[in-house]
Every structure is written in C-alpha cells, then in structure tokens.
Design a protein around this ligand. Structure first.
Ligand code: GRF
Length: 213
C-alpha cells in the first residue's frame, strides 16, 4: 500500500455518526494525520450528515434505490463517482447499514474499512451486541476489518475486547462497545494512512503501532 493521497478519507454512514465524530476529533486534535474529504449517507436525515455540515465537510445524501440491504446500480455508481472526484484513497464505513457489492469493491479494492461491534467472527450482521447478550458471552468487543464480498468477513486489522456485565442491557452494552469503537477506529486509521499495515490475504501485520507511544 502506498500512494500520495493515502491520508484522504471518504466516510459512508447511515446513522448518528459518533464514529465519524471520533475520527474527525482525532484529526482536529492532531492525532490522526488524515482528512475527511467527503461524507455520504443513504439516509437523508442521518445525524452523520449534520455532523459533516457542522464541520464544513462536503456531504451528500445518495438515494439508495429499490433494495433494502444494498445500493442499487445507480446509487452505487453515484457513490463511486463522488468518492473518486473527492480524491479519497480510503473508504471508511462508519455505521453504513448496506452491504457493498462487486463494482464498489472493485473500485476501491482493499481500501474499504469497516468497524463492527463484536469480536468477529462471533456475531456478524445486525445488532451484534444483542447477539452477544443473548449468548451470554463474558466478553464481546470491537473489530476493524477490510471489507470483502461477505458480511463482516474481511481481513481483520484490529480488535478490542469489551466485558459483558451481568446486569447489562442492550443499551448499556452498546454504549460500552461504542466507547471502545471511538478509541479503536482512529488508532487503526492512523496506522493505515501512515502505511504501517502489511496485508497478505487474511494476515494483517502491524509494522509499528503508534498507539503504544
Ligand atoms: C457502530 O456501533 C458500528 O460498529 C456499527 O454501526 C454503529 C454506528 O454508530 N457498524 P455511529 O453512527 O458511528 O454512532
């Protein structure tokens, strides 16, 4: 991995955007040497678009089309066009609730990153914290991974465990997981944009972790 636009990030999200805000705050504090060039959402009134507006970052609602769990062809083409025009290298999924398909994955091969609220491969898919509560695991956590054709199956870049308490509710566990997400995502992105990862197939090796400093 190596390119002069490696610090340029595009964000896709469908929800309130707390991970995007954590990323943006890390950039503003000087921790993360990156810039968010564009924010796209498939949800017209998503909080993530309001945060982008507040931070004067170009942002767009892209009508996802007729499917429930993925973008239709024209939405996919529109996202690819906007991301390319903004010159981003990394596409960062921050609560984006649709599965990305072939053309998108090819346009940004090995440059799409996702954060998932469990220790994958446990509990892929929706409401991972509720799956963890139902299973009564003692630890769940957060995974940051590259995106491939599967659902939450791509090469794992980093994970962080989160304890499950006996009296946890869906809300309290999700809040504890999100706090871990806000730490882990900027840290992984810092290592990605500075070229610290060597990825061979499923094996992502960190040459040197800035977070230790
Ligand atoms: C996060 O819990 C993330 O793991 C999942 O969607 C949620 C997005 O939250 N993929 P937010 O919009 O960043 O607050």
């Amino acid at each position: 991995m190596g390119s002069d636009n490696q610090h340029k990030i595009g964000i896709l999200g469908s929800g309130k955007g707390s991970n995007f805000l954590a990323i943006q705050n890390s950039i503003r504090s000087g921790y993360l040497p990156a810039s968010v060039e564009i924010v796209l959402s498939d949800v017209e009134n998503a909080g993530i678009l309001t945060i982008a507006q507040d931070h004067h970052i170009p942002h767009h609602f892209v009508n996802p089309g007729r499917f429930r769990s993925r973008l239709d062809e024209s939405a996919e083409a529109e996202c690819i066009r906007l991301l390319r025009e903004s010159g981003v290298y990394w596409v960062v999924l921050a609560g984006f609730m649709r599965v990305l398909k072939g053309a998108f994955l090819e346009a940004f091969a090995d440059r799409i990153v996702n954060i998932h609220p469990s220790l994958l491969p446990s509990f892929p898919g929706l409401h991972a914290w509720e799956q963890a509560l139902d299973y009564r695991v003692k630890y769940t956590g957060v995974t940051v991974h590259l995106v491939d054709r599967g659902v939450d199956t791509g090469t794992i870049l980093a994970q962080h465990p989160v304890p499950v308490m006996d009296d946890d509710t869906s809300l309290t566990l999700h809040q504890r997981i999100q706090q871990a997400e806000w730490q882990l995502y900027p840290r992984v992105l810092k290592n990605l944009v500075t070229g610290r990862y060597s990825v061979r197939g499923r094996n992502a090796v960190l040459k040197e972790d800035h977070f230790q400093a």
